[in-house]
Structure formats: structure tokens, C-alpha cells
Design a protein around this ligand. Structure first.
Ligand SMILES: [Zn+2]
Ligand SMILES: [Zn+2]
Length: 282
């Protein structure tokens, strides 16, 4: 019995770790690198992280180019009717307190928009030029094929069935199968609804206390103010695990290099923090 409880606990820890690692690659590779171009890396490392993101997101892999366009539209039109991923458009006029209802509708709508951008049928498709080219058409085609999604889904399910000690633990399987879209929905929903604001940005972005659990992605207000900063958790008491535990070591190892805009924003943040300390209300 003790042995089975340990196995069940290991499964729960395994789900948590998979979630954290897939989110780490989501924010590091798809968001901070490919979308915002906060840093650069060699073609070799680019391919390494591309494959790692594909393996960790599995059947929920988000095509980098489509994700980039969708996310840049979120920044440019944040919390307006043109924002493809904003809770504001799902909360206006609603009286329900069940936040998961509009959240679920937003997820379904985002899936539809994502597909339309991917098929060049959405106005967002042609609006954004790439800052960083991922010139690997072969892998891009394979990783975005329906066959790859089905194969990865089957592999994930097979692995789960082989390792779980109790069938009840299959309740965690949807979290793993849908990790990419789920993370996007949680970040964009709670990061624009709940929390505090360091900056009076034009949108409803917020910083939430549980941001470190989402690898810093829930410091949305900080991020909307300085989108090119590789550190999202730069306010008092903030901690961005991806910046401190991944980006800084990779910079020290010279695997990645900060962009000039990222360097400028980090300096601007230093000034902001220094002024905050001088401020009597701080
Ligand atoms: Zn946002
Ligand atoms: Zn962003």
C-alpha cells in the first residue's frame, strides 16, 4: 500500500514537473525568444530548443510563427475588441460569477483564430513581420502536421498508461494533452483580470502573486510596460524563475545574447526601481 501511495505521489509530481518544463519552453522559446526577440542564439541552439518545445508540448504544440502573430496582436490591441486573446471581450455584460464559462469560450475562440492565422485566413496573418527567422521548413512542416499531433497524442497516452499505478490518475491526462493552450488561456485570463498594477498601461494587465508558479508569465502588467525585457518579475518582491534560473545561466554560458532593445529596457527598469526606492510612498 505504501509503495502504491509513493507511486501515485510520484505521478502527481511528474505531472507538475512536465507542466513546469513545458511552460518553461513555452515562455522561453515561443514567447520571449521567437515573439519578442529579447535574445538571439545560434541556428544549432535554435533547433535544439525548437525540438525540445515540440517534445514537451506534444499534441498541444503551438506553431511558433502562428503563436508569434497571435501574441503580437494581443500586445498591439491589448484588451480592445481587436485583441484576439482578451478576457475583456468575454466579461462585458456578463453577470455570471463562474469565471470558467467565459474562460472556456475564450479558449475555444482562440483555437479557431489560431487555426485561421495558420491557414492565412485571418487579418492578423499578414500584419507582423518576423524579427527572428526559424529557417527549418522540414521540421516546421512535420511538427505542425495532423499526423505529428496524433502520433504525439498516442505516445503521451501510451506512456501514461504504462506508468500510472491507478486509473483515477488519468484525470491529469487532459492537462498534459492540452498544456500549450491551457497555459495561454490561464496567463491571458488571470494576467488581465486579477492582481495589482505597477504601471498605468492602456490595457487591463495585472501582476499576480502566483506568477512564479507560471514561470513569471503572470507578471503581465510588467510585461506590457516593457515587452522586450527578459525579466518579467522586476517589481518589489517579484521573482521570475525563467529569467533567474534559465536566461541568466544561458547568458553566462554565451548560449544566448541579449538584443539591444532588451538591454535598453533592463536599464530603464533599473531607473524605475531606483526612483521607486526614492519615492516617499515606496
Ligand atoms: Zn497580456
Ligand atoms: Zn508578450
Amino acid at each position: 500500500m505504501t509503495h502504491e501511495i509513493i507511486l501515485a505521489l510520484l505521478c502527481v509530481i511528474g505531472v507538475g514537473l512536465h507542466w513546469q518544463f513545458s511552460l518553461a519552453l513555452h515562455t522561453f522559446f515561443l514567447h520571449r525568444y521567437h515573439t519578442h526577440g529579447q535574445f538571439s542564439m545560434s541556428v544549432y541552439w535554435q533547433r535544439f530548443f525548437y525540438i525540445l518545445t515540440f517534445l514537451l508540448q506534444g499534441p498541444a504544440f503551438l506553431k511558433p510563427e502562428t503563436y508569434r502573430k497571435l501574441h503580437l496582436a494581443h500586445h498591439e490591441f491589448s484588451d480592445t475588441v481587436k485583441d484576439p486573446h482578451s478576457p475583456s471581450n468575454y466579461l462585458i455584460g456578463r453577470t455570471t460569477h463562474k469565471f470558467w464559462e467565459p474562460l472556456f469560450v475564450m479558449m475555444l475562440d482562440t483555437k479557431k483564430i489560431f487555426r485561421e492565422i495558420q491557414e492565412n485566413k485571418h487579418w492578423i496573418s499578414k500584419r507582423y513581420e518576423a524579427k527572428i527567422a526559424i529557417d527549418w521548413k522540414g521540421f516546421e512542416t512535420v511538427s505542425n502536421s495532423k499526423e505529428a499531433t496524433l502520433l504525439m497524442g498516442a505516445l503521451y497516452i501510451l506512456l501514461w498508461c504504462l506508468v500510472i499505478p491507478y486509473w483515477i490518475l488519468l484525470v491529469f491526462l487532459p492537462i498534459i494533452l492540452l498544456n500549450g493552450p491551457l497555459q495561454g488561456a490561464i496567463v491571458n485570463w488571470f494576467g488581465h483580470v486579477k492582481g495589482t498594477r505597477n504601471f498605468e498601461t492602456d490595457d487591463n494587465s495585472r501582476n499576480t502573486p502566483c506568477a512564479p508558479l507560471m514561470n513569471g508569465e503572470l507578471y503581465q502588467n510588467n510585461h506590457h510596460q516593457f515587452p522586450e525585457s527578459p525579466n518579467l518579475g522586476y517589481g518589489p518582491g517579484d521573482f521570475d524563475p525563467i529569467y533567474h534560473l534559465m536566461i541568466r545561466p544561458l547568458l553566462a554560458l554565451r548560449i544566448i545574447k541579449l538584443s539591444s532593445k532588451a538591454k535598453r529596457e533592463l536599464i530603464a527598469i533599473k531607473w524605475w526601481r531606483a526612483n521607486l526606492r526614492k519615492s516617499p510612498s515606496a
